[in-house]
Design a binder for this molecule. Structure first.
Ligand code: GLC
Length: 728
């Protein structure tokens, strides 16, 4: 077989099949004249049958698979099946193969060899990662037009960097997005939102954002606000901002079919909506507003139009947007609903009811493949004709994101956008944040949050998180506590719940639970200097913020470890995710000791030094605990009364020789940090012979520092504590 190959860099090869659709995943300029022909792919067997390509790779016993972004299957993705097809599935149980996003980048690794794979293809295909046969990894692409990239490198992190050089630098949110965020479907009006803000304040719980779900709109019509619920939206947004709270409204793609509704009328008049197969009739489906048309985000003009609609919200002082339902989720199409009704009527007349048939005729109306196949796009400038949605499905969410982000950038070129979006594909990591879609108040979904954070980070989605405490279902106190306790380490820290479920705002529990949650949330703010410093370092160095222990240690324990990760350069996070636990077994990767610390609001509460290897860590539901790596320091804020702000940074360090610690500041809102408008201080803390510590600092950037005073709490290898200060 003749295959076109392009050696993009010493470690990256592109194999091009046919004429692929430009998915926008890749940002690197690829020299079209540098292709040569080859017979084989390295390591992979390549076969073609009819219009389908099959790539197979034989895995040895120890090889793990990392990556695949938003997917089930643990941190090591081996032994599971994956289907790249963006799917609205809130009840995802273990056997499910597709979720809200498709991110087909993964690394096959053991101690000898690391290979990265990225398949750039806009619609459904399958990856069998040793599910059918444990030693066979197979990729099945039902097309003749796609790109396949193979990366090689000495480490998994080097391969991730090559992938990110190809697909772009990860998204950088504004700094406030690292604060606590509260959401519920729904806080439908001013009173409800004010009530949340008041109750948070009364309970002494800091909060940076409150989300408003679909009920704020007039009849679920996007880009409208119901005046009966928010009399003066702009004024209210400003009042909330005054209180330090950003309002984040939801926007869905479905535009309600309604005369005299300008978004609908403009869309129809200008052909901005997806079409039926005749290329003329607007495709109709039902979502929250009833019957809707879907904007054709694949079309350049429609995308620009949609992006401009957000002006309505930016003008009202809104700082962040939540784009939802953009797989797109379909409840039903009128055509299929009519067919189902007809079938039921016939059975009724003939008195030939079959329970399962009746149940399925209504129960299978949502997100149907034959509906997606009947929806058409006019991609790009529209000149190349219509394309069925079936062939571009995974790009819909990414292109809604592009619509929002591209116009925002035109209007606010220096500002960072806060955009949280549900459906995504490769490349979306450089544009916006995603959350992990609808989940359940299940212990297994807490574990999934932990695991998916790592898999998504490997695919470039550094800022992400799940609905904390679970979206559907009623959360138990214990699960809520454990989830909040973990989520202080999740870059996106948003508590969100579905309509009809138990109120799960931190103040809506018994006093004891609320007090604990206050402690967690305040500690999150305390850890913000670390989180933000490490996040920026991650973006600048193209190194995931959350990484599995298996990247650093290839022992069996480490490779099998599916429930802990390194957050940044210094912290190992080991959450409790099972009921009735007083702690958990952790695996401390490498061969050097760690410092197990517990934090209280005043700083270091207690600690012990633990040798590498297996360890049972006591970790009760009212504590904040984590491990600090040897010779590392963690900057924390010395919090003021409000539990949020600080004027002094305290660095907790575990030092046996020479430790490093960094602290970073910028304006938190703009892209000026790229023009050197930031401040970074890098400390070295050196243990001297007489057991004292020599602290030296170098600084970077042009910005005047806000923090000038640093306290050091240094624990040495024998457990002795030294306190020192440093001032600029
Ligand atoms: C979808 C979203 C969820 C939202 C709900 C109502 O299920 O994923 O977060 O609350 O719609 O808008």
């Amino acid at each position: 077989m003749k295959i076109k190959m392009n050696q993009i860099s010493p470690s990256t090869q592109l194999f091009r099949f046919g004429t692929p659709f430009n998915t926008e995943a890749v940002t690197l300029n690829i020299d079209a004249s540098s292709f040569c022909e080859t017979e084989n792919l390295p390591q992979f067997k390549c076969e073609k049958k009819d219009n389908t390509y099959l790539f197979t790779y034989v895995m040895n016993k120890k090889q793990c698979i990392f990556g695949l972004g938003e997917s089930l299957g643990g941190m090591n993705k081996r032994s599971h099946n994956y289907r790249m097809w963006n799917s609205d599935d809130p009840s995802h149980t273990e056997e499910k193969d597709a979720l809200y996003g498709s991110h087909p980048f993964f690394i096959i690794s053991d101690e000898n060899e690391k290979i990265g794979i990225f398949i750039d293809f806009p619609t459904e295909f399958h990856i069998d990662a040793g599910f059918t046969q444990y030693d066979i990894l197979s990729i099945k692409v039902p097309s003749e037009n796609f790109d396949l990239y193979i990366f090689t490198g000495n480490s998994e992190l080097q391969i991730v960097r090559e992938y990110l050089k190809l697909t772009g630098t990860p998204y950088m949110p504004p700094k406030w997005a690292f604060g606590f965020q509260q959401s519920r479907w729904s806080y439908p009006n001013e009173n409800a939102v004010t009530n949340v803000a008041d109750k948070m304040a009364d309970a002494g719980i800091p909060c940076d954002a409150i989300y408003i779900d679909i009920d704020y709109m007039d009849n679920y019509k996007v880009f409208t606000v119901d005046k009966n619920k928010f009399a003066d939206f702009k004024k209210f947004t400003a009042e909330m901002k005054q209180r330090g709270i950003r309002l984040i409204p939801i926007i869905d793609p479905g535009v309600r079919v309604e005369e005299n509704y300008s978004v609908y009328e403009d869309g129809v008049k200008n052909n901005y909506f997806c079409k039926e197969s005749d290329g003329k009739t607007d495709f109709t489906a039902a979502v929250w507003p009833g019957l809707v048309h879907f904007p054709d985000f694949l079309n350049d003009n429609a995308r620009t139009w949609w992006g401009q609609l957000y002006h309505f919200l930016w003008d009202a002082g809104i700082d962040g947007i939540w784009n939802d339902m953009n797989e797109p989720a379909i409840f039903y199409t009128p055509r299929k609903l009519e067919a189902a009704k007809k079938k039921i009527a016939e059975r009724t007349i003939n008195n030939s009811w079959d329970f399962f048939e009746i149940r399925d005729s209504l129960g299978t109306l949502a997100n149907r493949r034959d509906d997606y196949a009947e929806m058409y796009h006019l991609p790009g400038d529209g000149k190349s004709g219509i394309v069925s949605h079936e062939n571009l499905h995974n790009l819909y969410g990414l292109n809604m994101t592009r619509a929002t982000v591209d116009e925002f950038k035109k209007d606010f070129p220096d500002k960072r956008i806060f955009l949280l979006t549900r459906s995504s594909s490769a490349g979306a990591h450089r544009m916006a944040a995603i959350w992990m879609g609808d989940n359940q108040s299940w212990w297994s979904h807490l574990l999934l949050h932990i695991q998916m954070l790592v898999s998504l980070n490997i695919c470039g989605f550094f800022y992400t998180g799940a609905d904390v405490c679970g979206f559907s279902g009623n959360v138990s106190n214990e699960l809520a506590l454990r989830w909040m306790q973990f989520a202080i380490f999740s870059p996106l820290f948003r508590n969100h719940a579905a309509l009809g479920t138990r109120n799960q705002e931190p103040y809506n529990f018994d006093d004891k639970t609320t007090n604990r949650m206050r402690h967690f949330i305040r500690t999150r703010y305390k850890l913000l200097p670390y989180m933000y410093t490490e996040f920026v370092n991650a973006v600048k160095t193209l190194t995931p913020l959350c990484t599995p222990t298996a990247f650093y240690d290839k022992s069996c324990q480490s490779l099998e470890c599916q429930d802990e990760f390194f957050l940044g350069r210094s912290i190992l996070v080991t959450p409790v995710y099972q009921p009735n636990a007083q702690g958990r077994n952790v695996y401390l990767a490498g061969n050097r000791p760690y410092l197990y610390v517990k934090l209280c609001n005043n700083g270091l509460d207690n600690f012990n030094i633990v040798q590498a290897g297996n360890f049972y860590a006591e970790y009760s539901a009212d504590e904040v605990a984590f491990f600090i790596k040897e010779n590392c320091g963690v900057p924390t804020g010395v919090l003021e009364e409000d539990g949020k702000t600080f004027n002094t940074v305290e660095i907790i360090a575990f030092v046996s020789g020479v430790a490093t610690a960094s602290y970073y500041e910028d304006d938190g809102e703009t892209n000026d940090y790229l023009k050197n408008n930031f401040f970074q201080i890098d400390f070295t803390i050196k243990k001297e012979i007489n057991n004292s510590f020599c602290i030296q600092a170098t600084t970077q950037g042009n910005r005047q520092p806000e923090i000038k005073n640093y306290n050091f709490v240094i624990v040495d290898e024998k457990g002795g504590i030294t306190r020192q200060t440093f001032s600029l």
